[in-house]
Design a protein around this ligand. Structure first.
Ligand code: NAP
Length: 488
């Protein structure tokens, strides 16, 4: 490898994935990397999703880097601002800021075969070259705008939950929220008390369990600061509790019914009106869509100024929403809590690999990678949080750290052997995905009787890992050279 000792590395994005990669590269003595960030600050999804009530539904002591425990978490489930602070803290502590080019969106990437380098085109048209590219763009970064007729003609205020308009005061407004997923159930209880009227448009009721959040008081925080081993034990306890839930998703054990009954009891206790309760009762298996955690969502629906609308939306008019029953609800503000384009086969930007191969074409029907990280025809290109690396049961930060370790091992292998390029074999990728598909076919995500963002329109799950996080860690601990073309 020409750049053997210090390969020039481009990392795209500064969310959990990009920052973890940069920190571990630095720790490994690989200093010649640049992070390209489209925005003016770090944080990825935790910068973009700043809607009222935004918080994590995985406990903070697990939803953080293993190498950077944070004894200062103030809640079991941290709010968005605290997670963003944590990411800024990591950026500063590990000296990453000088490596970051802010306001530098990567518009395209092209592999220059003669030079064995990637050419990245940035927002302003500038071209930069890198020997290795690591994408940390994530899959929950592109808001999904629903194709509802008339949406473009709406004359009131319209925005997506992931692009919250903080300058727009909701006090006294009549507001519509479309969607009842993880984002909606967090923001609805927060905005309901200040708006005049809230119409919440539900297409499919989610399964909701109590969140049971709690404050982590000064004594607990002092304990973790003084005795890091106690914090480590706490993290382990959370990790194994969540890992233990995997069978609920991958095998239809009767134990899943226990959780469904618990959720139905919670619904019954929270919603006395049988009519409203019926509207909120899911008709698919729990876990098929993401299981939501909330203590205040159902109570918010009991407020006199909140209406749950289950009639399908027919059109958005200039000043409201018309439902299939012919009723129009005038609104001032329309909030789309309609999620992200996660499963559909989209590459984060146009990527052209070996022989002019275009990733958009390869992924046109569905996104596939090897261990969610490498793609045949795309030498020296790595995806963090790539296809089938998200989870229904635990912390994606654990998966990110596994992938980062894998990428480091790929780089070390190239350095040791003086290899110029590393590219996964098509056969290895196909074998991997064939097996993945068989395993996914048996999970609740496939058999539970629902549509979800986990799957493409044709029903293929391109987002979730169907095994334990331990299995993923084991399989990404080191590169299997036989699965790769390594060229000098
Ligand atoms: P989501 O789970 O995909 O929910 C989107 C909602 O919009 C669904 O209720 C969906 O209904 C509805 N919807 C979409 N298109 C519609 C249309 N044309 N008409 C009517 N309704 C429509 O999106 P999200 O709530 O933003 O969450 C996405 C993911 O982000 C989560 O699953 C989670 O992984 C992550 N997230 C995490 C947290 C956290 O606490 N860590 C917080 C927020 C988000 P259907 O169900 O019928 O499709």
């Amino acid at each position: 490898m020409k750049h053997t000792q210090q390969p020039n590395i481009a990392i795209i994005g500064t969310g959990f994935a990009g920052l973890a990669m940069a920190i571990r590269l630095k720790q490994a003595g690989l200093d010649s990397f640049t992070l390209y960030e489209q925005a003016g600050e770090v944080g990825g999804t935790w910068r973009d999703n700043s809607y009222p009530g935004a918080s994590c539904d995985v406990p903070s002591h697990l939803y953080s880097f293993s190498f950077e425990p944070n004894p200062r978490w103030t809640r079991h489930f941290a709010l968005q601002a605290e997670i963003l602070d944590y990411l800024n803290h990591c950026t500063d502590k590990y000296g990453l800021r000088p490596h970051i080019r802010f306001n530098s969106p990567v518009r395209s990437a092209r592999f220059d075969e003669d030079a064995s380098e990637w050419v990245l085109t940035l927002g302003g048209g500038e071209e930069v070259r890198a020997h290795l590219v690591i994408s940390g763009c994530g899959s929950l970064s592109r808001p999904s705008i629903p194709a509802i007729p008339g949406l473009a003609d709406f004359q009131g205020k319209l925005f997506h939950s992931a692009r919250w308009e903080h300058g727009h005061d909701l006090a006294g407004k009549t507001v519509a929220v479309i969607g009842t997923g993880a984002s909606a159930i967090q923001l609805v209880p927060r905005i309901a008390p200040c708006v005049k009227q809230l119409h919440l448009f539900q297409r499919t009721p989610p399964w909701v369990l109590p969140k049971e959040d709690r404050l982590l008081g000064p004594r607990e925080r002092k304990l973790y600061a003084a005795l890091p081993s106690m914090q480590w034990l706490h993290r382990q306890a959370i990790y194994w509790k969540y890992e233990g839930r995997l069978p609920l998703f991958i095998s239809r054990l009767p134990i899943a019914r226990i959780f469904e009954r618990r959720a139905l009891r919670w619904l019954e206790r929270s919603i006395p009106d049988p009519g409203l309760r019926a509207k909120l009762t899911p008709n698919y298996a729990m876990g098929c869509k993401r299981v939501l955690l909330s203590d205040d969502y159902y109570p918010a629906l009991l407020r006199p100024n909140v209406e749950l609308v289950t009639e399908p939306i027919q059109t958005v008019t200039r000043d409201g929403l018309l439902t299939a029953d012919g009723k129009t609800r005038p609104v001032d503000t329309l909030i789309l809590a309609t999620g992200f384009q996660a499963a559909e086969a989209v590459s984060p930007f146009p990527i052209q690999g070996r022989g002019g191969l275009r990733l958009e074409e390869v992924w046109r029907t569905s996104a596939e990678a090897y261990l969610g990280t490498t793609v045949a025809g795309m030498p020296n290109f790595f995806f963090l949080v790539g296809p089938n690396t998200l989870l229904g049961h635990s912390s994606v930060v654990f998966m990110i750290e596994s992938q980062v370790q894998y990428v480091l091992d790929c780089i070390h292998t190239m350095k040791r052997g003086g290899f110029e390029t590393l590219e996964v074999r098509k056969s290895a990728q196909e074998r991997f995905n064939q097996r993945l598909g068989e395993r996914l076919g048996r999970t609740v995500w496939s058999t539970g009787g629902c549509a979800s963002w986990y799957k493409t329109r044709t029903g293929k799950n391109t987002t979730l890992w169907p095994g334990s996080t331990m299995e993923f860690r084991w399989r990404t601990r080191q590169l299997e050279p036989g699965d790769y073309h390594l060229e000098k």
